[in-house]
Design a protein. Sequence first.
Length: 185
Amino acid sequence: MEKAIKNITAPQIAGGKKYILPPWRINEILLEVFSVLSEEEYYKEGFDYKKMIEGMGIKVKKFSSFSPENLERFKENSLSLWDEGVCLLFPDNETREQLRMIAYNDSHNAVETMQIILHEFAHIRLRHTQQSINGEVEATCFSMAMSLMFMMEEKFHIGMRAVQLEGKDFFMDSIRKCIGKKEVA
Ligand SMILES: [Zn+2]
């Protein structure tokens, strides 16, 4: 318990106001989302976001696979403040190599489950190092953007069509240009 409290830091962003992200930070998060989508070729047939995450060496586990005591311990040490998921980084006892694990509340529907897993994945991709309110907002931005892209792909194959028409690099370059575009007077 003491440890969990110690890890919670006061939000430092936007003059100490809670829950507020500056617009450039939201764009950075969007770019990170598109960079993962592009690297992992999310538009390919048979793409599976859980396999993508596991392919990065991150373990993905269900809450129901742990004892209540272990789950409680994981939640206390999680990077995430969200009760629906856990994100743990810890060194291997022997090799000291950093191990990464995501766990999720497996009592939800498929899209809710995706939101939870992508939220926890975001803590890793955005290199969060401790629990914070702004970390939660960032992770939710990330998971919302990425899950929308996955749903749009499944229904409309937007990424696949763009890549077929213009090529893989064009896809990512266009997004970068769009996000970096100056306001037109
Ligand atoms: Zn979180």
